[in-house]
Design a protein around this ligand. Sequence first.
Ligand code: NDP
Ligand code: ZN
Length: 350
Amino acid sequence: MYKAIGYAAQSATSPLAPMHFERRAPRADDVVIDILYCGVCHSDIHQARNEWGIAVFPLMPGHEIIGRVSAVGSNAGKYQPGDLVGVGCMVDSCRSCEACRANLEQYCLEGPTMTYTTPDRIDGSYTLGGYSDRIVVSEDFVVRIPDGMDLPSAAPILCAGITTWSPLRHHGVGPGHKVGVLGMGGLGHMGIKLAKALGAEVTLFTRSASKAEEARAQGADHVIVSTDSQQMAAAADRFDFLLDTIPVQHDLNPYLRTLKFNGVHILVGLIEPIEPALDATELVLKRRVVAGSLIGGIAETQEVLDFCAERDIRCDIEMLDIRNINQAYERMIAGDVKYRFVIDMATLQR
Ligand code: NDP
Ligand code: ZN
């Protein structure tokens, strides 16, 4: 066992605070990682406040982890001490079902083991995430950080990057496609960069007119202010794909009207009922599709890291002292971060 420290919520209403705990001794296929950086995802807030109703406390968030291998299990051969590696949203799955065999472990038919607040498949203990000084993970759920990559700005690729990459790739987004990205936060700003890099014409839909210039700097060709009904109406029947990162319930109907026939509205931000209801007219008359997507598989996560390294695509980040994590959550809810907080784990006092 290793002594460890991290920031955890003891209940859905308590702020995050330091917590001492233990990480397991490495199993045969495990890698022990000293965490250097961890991104702060809006899912961390949803879970720490039990907004999805599935949290188990104490809850230690964090699934955009970058660190250095410090030890490996007796049978682990993929990584050596000293290697720079990443861990995203999952740390295990059944490894044998149809989804796992297709390298889509996030859709494991038995349910993937998430990086935090899920029972470990072997000892049943609840997983604790990356707002901590170290983590112990099976090497099969660890990815390699390409040489020369800027580490803090790569951390959010482990969730924000892969969550936008996977649906763009699954739906074959490329040159000639018009893609709308809904919401420019952590996921949205990566969605813009990745869709653009794949060759699409990209439009940001935002509530915030003030983000227009920055969106263009991210690579957006156009910006639509979603609260302006005239701008929304003028965009009717324009898009092949919408990538919806909005983290709260919202009316999809005005967005559906901006899709061409056969267009696909891909939900990644919403993990709750659609409210208000969908008007099926918008779907039926134009054969439009509402789809969803969950993070991405481990192989795809390596793929997006390699793609970002090759193209020098970086997340826009603000470095965070972990002692300010609770204020950071408030700022994220207020939309006041450009565009991802990344915790510098050197600020974690042992
Ligand atoms: P952020 O808070 O960084 O960004 C969300 C953006 O959505 C904001 O910047 C804002 O953009 C827009 N937005 C925020 N509140 C509202 C609102 N009330 N109405 C309309 N638009 C709003 O969040 P993340 O990017 O980290 O995460 C987005 C969502 O994706 C979260 O719900 C998260 O849990 C989920 N998620 C899903 C995953 C999956 O696998 N499917 C994986 C990871 C995260 P603007 O100001 O431009 O309008
Ligand atoms: Zn996330």
